[in-house]
Design a protein around this ligand. Sequence first.
Ligand SMILES: *[C@@H]1O[C@H](CO)[C@@H](O)[C@H](O)[C@H]1NC(C)=O
Ligand SMILES: *[C@@H]1O[C@H](CO)[C@@H](O)[C@H](O)[C@H]1NC(C)=O
Ligand SMILES: *[C@@H]1O[C@H](CO)[C@@H](O)[C@H](O)[C@H]1NC(C)=O
Ligand SMILES: *[C@@H]1O[C@H](CO)[C@@H](O)[C@H](O)[C@H]1NC(C)=O
Ligand SMILES: [Ca+2]
Length: 439
Amino acid sequence: MQFCFIITSLLSGNVYIFHGGRWGAVCDDSWDNAAAQVVCSTFNRSGVATHGSKYGEATRKFWMDDVVCEGTETSLSQCIFSGWGTSDCEASEAAGAICQYGVNPLTVMKPAKSSLLSALDNGASLRLAGGKNNREGRVEIYHQEKWGSICPDGWTLYEAIAVCRHLALGYAAQALQTNVFGSSKVILSGVDCRGNETNLFMCDHQDLGDVTCPGDIGHVAAVVCTDRLADLSLDTVAIERTAHLQDVPMFLLQCAMEENCLSRSAYEIQKSEPEWQYETRRLLRFTASSLNIGNEEFRPYLPKHLWQWHLCHMHYHSMEVFATFDIFNTTTGDRVAEGHKASFCLEDNTCLPGVEKKYSCKNYGDQGISVNCSDVYQYNLDCQWVDVTDVEPGDYTFKVSVNPHARIAEQQFHNNAASCTLRITGTYATVYGCTLERP
Ligand SMILES: *[C@@H]1O[C@H](CO)[C@@H](O)[C@H](O)[C@H]1NC(C)=O
Ligand SMILES: *[C@@H]1O[C@H](CO)[C@@H](O)[C@H](O)[C@H]1NC(C)=O
Ligand SMILES: *[C@@H]1O[C@H](CO)[C@@H](O)[C@H](O)[C@H]1NC(C)=O
Ligand SMILES: *[C@@H]1O[C@H](CO)[C@@H](O)[C@H](O)[C@H]1NC(C)=O
Ligand SMILES: [Ca+2]
């Protein structure tokens, strides 16, 4: 893997990646310290992510977008991303990294965090400040007789959910890193919630009091709370009931190949074997269905004019990543296979009795999932699978997640992923014991 930094010093700058014979930029959507760590590990340094073309506008086309890494990958291409060259980013959205000296990368990447509750004094309190109404504002903590702000680094909907619950303001519609609600001295950093806490003080944190906050000066953590939000809930029974193996010759998979729905070895075979069309792929197919149990419609992240027309499948894709399917080695946690279905068309496929379907993907229709309706991806659809051709027989963990990066706000995320046992033998596969959890 080759990286290159342009401008500034040798070990900080916008990240460019070499692929397919050319350099390309990386978009900052979903870009975080774990991703920067993958870049900086090459130099045995710890990585801090930068956003918004901090080192100048991207001078090349974007090669990668929505890059999500664990931090231990040896190259960015092993992270989840939306596919080579698939990006809706502007030149002002380049991802960058600062590779720092001297610290063990792994301890920086996963800093020891501790309970916020035990660090705060007895009189600790929480409020929103600077908003136009009492449901929005920067988040302030009262500690040692002073109000202070929260460092926005790593501030996501998971933390915002805990704030809105804490203040009995409902659900988190937005988690912001901003100065539009003003700012005050930052006294808390590294706040980290699971998203199921009823109180922000139940979350972990990094530092309290004198803190270093690497983000932009004046930007602090802020939230917008609401009573009305969508809440997708994944159907675990449908996954267990429908999962099965199918062997398919590659000449039937050309559309799927164009959409990156097969694993890497398929593309290698296509290059090296003259008769590649007659090779077969082994697919783990299953139905993924999510019901909107919230009290508001689930609407796509991208505005309509940015939807992409996918010729092969003859519909528009309104969201870069709506679902991820992964197979992990249960013991080591290593990902052994992943589904590459990058985008979806959101619609009301089935609704509870008495509820009328509103959204349809046909004819550039509006996309969304109405309350009490399900968006169903039947096991027989193209790309609704994980390519398991290279997976050895054995027991694995199979994880399906919808809205996996929490890009669209929901009431809760603890029903967005199913974690299941997958048994693969030489001839069949079963999926059982699915439990709902966080993506
Ligand atoms: C990496 O950095 C650490 C800490 O600075 C140092 O102890 C170690 O020897 C370095 N490893 C290599 C391969 O340079
Ligand atoms: C939140 O979920 C985690 C698992 O993701 C669990 O270990 C923890 O007990 C839950 N906390 C609460 C307050 O329910
Ligand atoms: C959705 O279904 C629930 C439970 O069946 C019901 O209480 C609620 O009123 C329904 N909401 C809408 C908007 O149909
Ligand atoms: C998981 O990884 C361990 C350690 O590398 C290996 O021994 C085991 O066979 C793997 N499990 C499966 C099901 O492949
Ligand atoms: Ca949900």
